[in-house]
Design a protein around this ligand. Structure first.
Ligand SMILES: [Zn+2]
Ligand SMILES: [Zn+2]
Length: 370
């Protein structure tokens, strides 16, 4: 307790900070100077070193997810993929110290609800999502709740770029491939959509000795997927979902054991289902758009006849970070390899506009905040 108080007194956190915010949906972000929120007793302030621009930010900027109750108050400050350094802690923080380098899961959890107590912090009943329930990570500092739980200390050698990726897309792909997908060595995994989550899934599955077939409409992303270990690829431009399924079945000798929809459109869902072999498993990760508003038809009779499974996958529970971070620390997994561009805080609108055109490859990460 004495140490914590001493650290608070010596805090280097300024009273205000630069952040990127928007005042109307789908309009340009502006740089604003806003107060840095003081931490709760169990909380911390983290100086942001790297902050990813994720498609979920794009969805929030587009006012998607309102149909599941996520209504942003304006002006809104998004950003939820943070790697940084702890600069200040509250008096009730016991394991996290000032100076720790950390990643912060986008599902900031309370640690006390039934889901958290069962080890599913990703499904916390009182979740705090940066950029939704508080100022997000496109800022110089973030103020975190329940810091002993939600600040996840990085092992030696894990870069800030990797830490940012581990806040959302990479850890999400890890759970989708390993836990919810359950893909095993020698099995085929189809990845529908090779954006940030899709490329992460390719890298993770290849490292786990699964065989990956990557599906996208952009040859640049398919080339990157092959670099990350995909054994086969299908360019789905101008193909029906049935034709994509046929191409995947040809590439895999009968269909994928597991297929992930890493984008979240009706057509990627149908491509995914059509790519499965009998008893295959579809994993839904992508969030739908204004076109679907969460509603997508399922070919129910085929699901019965083929004994397919359809599962959802969200984030990654905190206890699962230990194994993931060991793999990153030992270079078995290399999230930072997927970072294709480092940008400044003032560049986020440009990145989001290119996301609208599916014109970003891999991760774009903010590393300049001043
Ligand atoms: Zn995200
Ligand atoms: Zn909880």
């Amino acid at each position: 307790m004495a140490i914590a108080n001493e650290q608070q007194v010596s805090s280097t956190v300024p009273s205000t900070m630069r952040t990127a915010q928007f005042t109307a949906f789908r309009t340009a972000f502006q740089i604003a100077e806003v107060p840095v929120a003081a931490p709760r007793g169990d909380g911390a302030v983290v100086r942001v070193e790297a902050s990813g621009v994720c498609r979920s930010d794009w969805h929030l900027w587009n006012q998607d997810l309102a149909w599941v109750g996520m209504n942003l108050k304006l002006p809104a400050n998004t950003g939820h993929e943070v790697g940084g350094v702890v600069e200040e802690i509250g008096p009730d923080v016991h394991t996290i110290k000032v100076g720790d380098r950390v990643t912060i899961p986008f599902h900031e959890s309370d640690g006390t609800c039934p889901q958290c107590r069962a080890g599913y912090e990703n499904l916390c009943d009182d979740v705090k999502t940066p950029g939704v329930h508080r100022i997000g990570g496109w800022a110089q500092y973030v103020t975190v709740t329940a810091a002993d739980l939600n600040c996840i200390r990085l092992p030696e050698g894990v870069s800030a770029l990797s830490a940012a990726a581990l806040g959302c897309r990479y850890m999400t792909a890890y759970r989708a491939v390993i836990d919810r997908g359950g893909v095993r060595p020698g099995q085929w995994l189809a990845v529908q959509g090779c954006g940030g989550i899709g490329l992460s899934a390719v890298q993770i599955a290849a490292a786990a000795d699964a065989l990956v077939v990557a599906v996208d409409i952009d040859d640049r992303k398919l080339a990157k997927a092959r670099e990350e270990g995909a054994a086969a690829s299908v360019n789905s431009r101008n193909l029906t979902p049935e034709e994509v399924g046929q191409a995947v079945k040809e590439a895999t000798g009968g269909g994928a054991h597991v297929s992930i929809d890493a984008l979240g459109r009706a057509f990627t869902f149908h491509q995914s289902i059509q790519s499965l072999r009998k008893r295959g498993r579809h994993v839904q990760v992508g969030i739908t758009s204004q076109e679907e508003r969460g509603q997508v038809a399922i070919p129910l009779d085929l699901l019965t006849l083929m004994e397919w499974e359809v599962v959802g996958s969200l984030g990654n529970p905190h206890p699962k970070y230990a194994e993931l971070l060991r793999l990153v620390a030992n270079q078995k997994l290399q999230p930072a390899r997927l970072v294709t561009r480092e940008i400044g805080l003032e560049d986020v609108t440009d990145t989001l506009e290119r996301m609208t055109r599916f014109d970003t490859v891999g991760f774009e990460v903010i590393t300049r905040f001043t």
